[in-house]
Design a protein. Structure first.
Length: 94
């Protein structure tokens, strides 16, 4: 498991030409994924992250709090808010 800090990923990610992929100005990609049949207690949606010149890694589950707004957390259990719109993802401090 890759260790990361959520505050390194704060900001806006614009939809790219690849389906379900959003890119930041730093070249970091967030990939929106959906499980077809999640296990009980497992969220249906989650994010993968791909930094420049690296393989994608599991970023966070998306815990729904309101329409288009989700809670996410990093490997140190620090939480953030993730707002998903049609053309962008915005990650901000909770």
């Amino acid at each position: 498991m890759q260790i990361y800090r959520i505050n390194s990923y704060y900001g806006k990610y614009q939809r790219s030409t690849t389906p379900n992929t959003f890119t930041s100005s730093k070249g970091i990609n967030l990939i929106f994924k959906t499980r077809k049949a999640p296990n009980p207690g497992q969220p249906k949606h989650y994010l993968m992250c791909q930094e420049p010149d690296s393989k994608p890694f599991y970023f966070s589950a998306l815990w729904n709090t309101a329409k288009d707004t989700f809670n996410i957390s990093d490997t140190q259990k620090k939480r953030a808010t993730c707002k998903i719109l049609e053309s962008e993802i915005h990650i901000c401090k909770q």
